[in-house]
Design a protein. Structure first.
Length: 125
């Protein structure tokens, strides 16, 4: 048998900021374990994390997007081309195409944490 390098994916909660550091209806960009993430706070201390890369424009700008809603779904629109994405799922709304991706969020002692995937190198057979 021959040893070959493999890469496994592990998930890890990463501290991003204090909840009080976030203003409602305003996004902030964070670099979380190598991932650019747009963090958005809504009233009621609802916080969402989606990819910061606008998949249409190819620019890391979603944290500066326009926060709104479609029905009861919270959304963010690209500041460049105004494509609209669901803040809960990262899904692009109203058109086919790639989404933003979304990240689970939790609060610990007044801090916002985001769950991100991290590659973990190991060996396998």
């Amino acid at each position: 048998m021959t040893d070959t390098a493999t890469t496994a994916i592990t998930a890890m909660w990463m501290d991003v900021c204090g909840l009080d550091d976030l203003e409602p209806f305003w996004g902030e960009a964070a670099l979380v374990s190598g991932h650019q993430v747009a963090i958005v706070r809504l009233p009621g201390d609802r916080v969402f994390a989606v990819g910061n890369l606008d998949p249409v424009a190819g620019a890391y700008v979603m944290s500066r997007g326009i926060v709104g809603s479609r029905g009861d779904r919270p959304t963010i629109a690209s500041p460049l081309h105004k494509e609209v994405y669901d803040l809960e799922s990262g899904e692009r709304l109203g058109a086919d195409g790639p989404g933003l991706g979304s990240y689970p969020v939790r609060f610990v002692d007044g801090r916002v944490e985001v769950l991100v995937a991290r590659p973990h190198e190991g060996t396998g057979e």
